[in-house]
Design a protein around this ligand. Structure first.
Ligand SMILES: Cc1cc2nc3c(=O)[nH]c(=O)nc-3n(C[C@H](O)[C@H](O)[C@H](O)COP(=O)(O)OP(=O)(O)OC[C@H]3O[C@@H](n4cnc5c(N)ncnc54)[C@H](O)[C@@H]3O)c2cc1C
Length: 505
């Protein structure tokens, strides 16, 4: 099957939906997504909320200062400036589009506070279902464009490779769920494929987050950046599930504390901000206790206590599904791979180094997160930069290149079936990455991981597949982690441990 469009968007999370919507009135858009529209991806799972300086006593300057402090010296200040200045308007635009953010009785936004934010600036929806509400509203708006024929959506379509003609990204080779090959030619391609948490055994990311966009961009020759910076969320519910249920930081924002197996609170000894310290600090404190054979719990029994079910209905239901009542039971926690700060290197309008290829959302590295993402900045980055990508494309007139008949013919694609070499490979990659390229890393561990990953890559059949993407992305993360001989932000090298430079507040 062959399709032609002005723009192909790969991915239907917040970033993909937002960019498609911003383009739809003036460009013919083709949107590919691995699952059904409005399901899948990290966006629909985002709990805590979206950060923006919209509250009294807050300002883009303060939001910028918090973002830069969390990023530990590696943020791109120009990108942060764009994020915090355009954020409030983007949030209002989302509300105008139909996103029902929680409000106070006077009609103003109800704002929460999360780790390392100096002000309450986290908008949320339905308590802790912010991402799902944003996806619902964006998908509903897109349905109107779809009905008018301005956007074509192909569900259950996996992008397998980018097609490059004369040094320009000119299309995408994909496979439909039944194996039918699909070639899409386009004047511009937007990668909005989300993160790569599934290369780790413990992750909060959904099955789709296999890092496909990073692998596609790498194979096409686009520049990548900051891949060593993987954020590990300190409080995933430690149960037998994949992905692990997330216990949002907002719960700690509302007074829940971390305790060890003896019920003793330990974070005040680790950092002046205690449970609301930057995520990497909290994740390492939890990891070390687990590595020492102990257990760690999030104790929400006193605060938010009885208010838990009302304030965090989604998390409450998740806990109940695993036989836990957060009002009575301390909740067992583990760190889990949560967010990829690095990705496809892009400029301030989302252009990658490969002409014709854009990236936005978690797959992109715009420089706003540096070495560590400030909580709730990723939904904001997704919408702010998706809109910028769309505006840049709208400012350029370009026709799709007619692709040769055999374009993408070598792009086979298959998701691993249980029990196959591919599935076993993915399982081994995930365990290896968790043990040796995870919360704490060392030179010898990283070198050993790289050797094993190279052997796993060599044993796979040639051609793009989900398994090949997993191994490739794992190898790229491990190589970047070995190259950075310092500890900074989320990247902690036990053999290059330093005192973190960032301020406490
Ligand atoms: C449990 C959880 C809670 C979170 N909470 C928050 C929060 O409160 N606040 C916040 O700011 N951030 C939060 N995050 C992070 C945030 O949700 C993500 O960074 C953000 O949603 C990424 O959006 P995205 O559109 O880039 O990617 P996603 O929403 O992950 O969407 C990616 C899309 O790409 C598709 N796709 C992937 N590969 C292919 C392929 N090969 N071909 C076709 N389609 C493909 C997927 O099917 C999906 O549609 C959370 C993340 C998780 C996992």
């Amino acid at each position: 099957m062959r399709l032609s469009a002005d723009v192909v968007v790969i991915g239907a999370g917040v970033a993909g939906l937002r960019s498609a919507l911003a383009l739809a009135s003036r460009r013919h858009v083709l949107l590919l997504t691995k699952t059904a529209l409005a399901t899948g991806g990290a966006s629909a799972r985002a709990q805590g909320g979206i950060a923006a300086a919209v509250g009294p006593g807050d300002s883009p300057r303060l939001h910028s200062a918090d973002t830069l402090a969390a990023g530990d010296g590696l943020c791109d200040p120009a990108a942060v400036d764009v994020l915090v200045r355009e954020g409030p308007d983007q949030v209002r635009a989302l509300a105008a589009l139909g996103t029902r953010f929680d409000q106070l009785p006077d009609g103003s936004f109800a704002l929460g506070c999360e780790g390392a934010h100096s002000r309450s600036r986290i908008l949320h929806a339905n308590g802790d279902a912010t991402g799902a509400e944003m996806v619902r509203a964006l998908a509903a708006a897109l349905a109107t464009e779809r009905a008018a024929g301005r956007v074509e959506v192909v569900e259950w379509a996996s992008a397998a490779d980018l097609v490059v003609v004369d040094g320009r990204c000119a299309g995408v080779a994909a496979r439909l769920g039944d194996g039918t090959p699909l070639i899409c030619e386009a004047a511009a391609v937007i990668l909005a494929t989300g993160g790569a948490g599934q290369v780790y055994a413990r992750t909060t990311n959904p099955p789709e987050s296999t890092g496909d966009g990073v692998a596609l961009a790498w194979r096409a020759g686009a520049r990548l950046r900051d891949l060593e910076f993987v954020q590990f969320h300190p409080t995933a519910l430690h149960v037998d599930a994949d992905p692990l249920p997330l216990l949002s930081e907002a719960i700690r924002g509302e007074g829940a504390v971390l305790v060890d197996g003896s019920g003793t609170r330990f974070m005040p000894d680790e950092h002046p901000q205690a449970e609301l310290a930057p995520r990497d600090v909290v994740a390492r404190a939890v990891w070390r206790r687990l590595q020492a054979g102990g257990r760690v719990f999030l104790d929400a029994t006193r605060s938010p206590g009885e208010a838990f079910a009302g304030r965090f209905p989604g998390v409450f239901a998740l806990c109940q599904r695993h036989g836990l009542d957060p009002r009575r039971d301390p909740l067992p926690v583990t760190p889990a791979a949560h967010y990829l700060m690095g990705g496809v290197a892009v400029d301030l309008v989302g252009r990658s180094s490969l002409p014709g290829l854009y990236a936005c959302g978690e797959v992109a590295c715009s420089g706003v997160h540096g070495a560590n993402r400030l909580a709730s900045n990723s939904l904001l980055e997704s919408v702010v930069f998706a809109d910028r990508v769309a505006r840049d494309i709208l400012a350029t007139e370009r026709q799709p290149i007619r692709l040769p008949e055999d374009a993408g013919a070598t792009a086979i694609w298959h998701a691993p079936d249980a029990g196959t070499l591919a599935a076993r490979t993915v399982g081994e990659v995930r365990n290896l990455m968790w043990r040796q390229v995870g919360v704490e890393r060392s030179g010898p561990g990283l070198r050993a991981a790289r050797r094993r990953l190279a052997a796993l890559a060599a044993a796979l059949p040639p051609g793009p597949s989900e398994a090949a993407n997993s191994v490739l992305v794992a190898r790229l993360i491990a190589a970047a982690a070995l190259a950075r001989r310092e500890s900074r932000g989320s990247h902690w090298r036990v053999d290059h441990a330093t005192v973190p430079r960032r301020r406490a507040g």
